[in-house]
Ligand binder design. Structure first.
Ligand code: CA
Length: 237
């Protein structure tokens, strides 16, 4: 099944060029130049990716992006004519996955499109693989002197309760549930922060360093949450 892309651009010649080039690459493409039509088309088509212009009749791209983010899991690449819009686009306010500043080359567009689609696919596959191989979780997970009570959401180290922040707890739980498996930063980001989170993998690195400190894992030579070169992290227990 070809991946579905929705092109939302009100400038006819650019819309045409985008559709032509994307179809040439084998994607299934639908397009519109109207903001409101874009919203209903997106709901109907459930595309894998949306190329979304900002200044549109009907409803602007920022608004569309915010609404769709709450409704579906779709990669959104914004098309902007203004460099100063970039901060809003990548910030939490809008929550797009990426953006392109006009004018951009078709080559650049294709590269970004492929990267976004590939990213969604990798995450989906990873989730599927892990989900199908995982037994039902126990209420209490124990790893040596570390135990995690999933019902009370409490963590104990040497029988002493640890004061973990909610995200640190989620992070530890994500690792514990996938004990012994290499987890990519992207997977961890999705697992703990969710699909709608726009941030980069440094968020994961920072939280891991805080978590390591709390569970007594030396930063210089961690033995519980180990860094896998070029890959991500693995929880050894
Ligand atoms: Ca426009």
């Amino acid at each position: 099944m070809p991946e579905k892309i929705l092109v939302v651009e009100d400038e006819p010649s650019l819309q045409e060029t985008l559709v032509y080039n994307l179809e040439k690459q084998g994607y299934q493409v639908e397009s519109t130049g109207d903001g409101l039509a874009a919203l209903s088309l997106a709901r109907h088509l459930k595309p894998d990716l949306i190329l979304l212009d900002i200044m549109l009749p009907g409803m602007d791209g920022f608004e569309i992006c915010k609404i769709l983010r709450h409704e579906m899991n779709v990669a959104i690449v914004m098309l902007t004519a203004r460099v100063d819009e970039a901060d809003r686009i990548v910030g939490l306010e809008v929550g797009a996955d990426d953006y392109l500043t006009k004018p951009f080359s078709m080559r650049e567009l294709m590269a970004r499109t492929k990267a976004q689609l590939r990213r969604s696919e990798v995450i989906r596959e990873e989730f599927e693989k892990i989900k199908t191989s995982e037994p039902a979780p126990n209420d209490v997970l124990t790893f040596g002197n570390l135990s995690i009570n999933q019902v009370q959401r409490e963590v104990f180290l040497d029988d002493q309760p640890l004061a973990l922040k909610p995200k640190e707890y989620e992070l530890l739980l994500c690792f514990a549930q996938h004990h012994g498996k290499m987890l990519s930063r992207e997977f961890v980001l999705e697992c703990v922060w969710g699909l709608d989170y726009v941030g980069d993998s440094r968020t994961v690195d920072v939280h891991i360093s805080w978590l390591r400190q709390k569970i007594g894992d030396a930063a210089a030579s961690p033995v519980r949450i180990v860094t896998v070169r070029g890959g991500g992290y693995r929880f050894e227990g």
